[in-house]
Design a protein around this ligand. Structure first.
Ligand code: ASP
Length: 357
């Protein structure tokens, strides 16, 4: 039995070469490396095909190399749109997709794709590595073998991020280590799968297939920004920041969603922007936990029209805002949709239970 997977190679360390100016992507280099790796290519079979897995299946994959190959620090809305359109175009022809990507903005791309691909029926996995595939000691081979294996064997109709033996929901993931190989976590959500001696998919965490055909939303608004609150943040500066064409802001606040409520000018700047239709949303600066209305300093934000996003990551909040504003929805519609979970990006409050039943 054979599964077909499409690999979209956008760039990143995984296929980079050492140059005089440091690591840089080199066209053709990744495929040349793949051809000599027995886990990733069976030389007895036409390119590229993995050897038969313990599940009795071969994963046949085709690599689409992007031009130019990018360090993911250089990626933005147009690159997300290209990846989303390429997935849309091949959606019905293959079992799954692996997007090879740099680690620096991988959590943003995975989040953006989750919103852009509505009604996704196939497994989409974004992965990359901290060390290039061509180095003697690397994390690229394991990440690629794991991602291809999952995409070719399991129907997980979500955008996942695979790194160091774990498949995370893409819009829950964050890069937490600039150097370590265990570089990603989804601090507020369990992994969708863990790859050890066995491949353990947590089917109760995997979202059900969405109804309806796949719709690719490739119009993302560029008029969004993030603002990290810090002690001494000046109201005048915020007022300027909130001027048109800004349409949406992710406020990264303290702890459980708190903001200095004694600085009335700062709150008034946010209130005035909200009245003008700027959508302001609130996420925590902390790695773990959520925005909850426990403190007066947090409630002050709700009073000026700021929408609490619970435990959503800043990456998911920013890309979701860009997606919703790009759809042409009104500010109030965007506010309402930001507060709901569209693709599992937020833990929805469960009603309290007082017994097992
Ligand atoms: N700067 C690289 C990138 O994001 C880092 C990596 O791939 O690990 O493309």
């Amino acid at each position: 039995m054979e599964a077909r997977v499409r690999v979209l190679y956008t760039g990143g360390t995984i296929g980079m070469l050492e140059t005089e100016r440091g690591y840089s992507p080199a066209p053709g280099h990744l495929e040349a490396q793949l051809a000599r790796l027995p886990q990733l290519h069976d030389p007895a079979v036409e390119r590229f095909c993995m050897p038969r897995s313990r599940f009795g299946r071969r994963v046949r994959y085709e690599v689409v190399e992007y031009e130019p190959l990018l360090d993911s620090s250089n990626m933005g809305i147009e690159d997300w749109a290209r990846i989303a359109r390429d997935i849309g175009a091949a959606h019905d022809d293959v079992q799954g997709f692996v997007v090879l990507h740099g680690t620096d903005t991988m959590a943003y791309t995975a989040s953006a794709l989750s919103f852009m691909l509505e009604g996704l029926k196939k497994t989409v996995i974004v992965t990359g590595s901290q060390i290039p595939l061509s180095e003697l000691r690397n994390d690229a081979i394991d990440n690629l073998v794991g991602a291809l294996t999952l995409a070719g064997h399991f129907e997980i109709p979500e955008v996942g991020l695979y790194f160091r033996d774990r498949l995370l929901r893409g819009n829950r993931a964050r890069k937490v280590d600039a150097a370590g190989l265990d570089a990603f976590q989804s601090p507020n959500a369990p992994p969708l799968a863990e790859v050890g001696i066995e491949v353990a998919v947590r089917w109760d965490e995997v979202r059900p297939r969405e109804e309806g055909p796949l719709v690719v939303h490739d119009a993302m608004s560029p008029h969004v920004a993030a603002l990290r609150v810090f002690p001494g943040l000046h109201a005048g500066l915020v007022e300027n920041f909130l001027r048109p064409p800004l349409a949406g802001v992710v406020l990264e606040t303290y702890g459980a969603g708190n903001m200095p409520d004694r600085n009335r000018a700062l709150l008034e700047a946010l209130a005035e922007a909200s009245r003008r239709g700027v959508v302001v949303v609130n996420v925590t600066q902390c790695l773990r936990g959520e925005v909850v209305p426990h403190y007066a300093t947090g409630r002050a934000l709700a009073d000026v029209g700021v929408v609490s996003l619970g435990d959503m990551t800043p990456e998911a909040a920013l890309t979701k805002l860009s997606f919703l504003l790009g759809s042409g929805a009104s500010p109030d519609e965007v506010r309402a949709a930001m507060a709901r979970s569209l693709r599992g990006e937020r833990t929805e409050a469960a009603p309290p239970r007082f017994s097992r039943a």
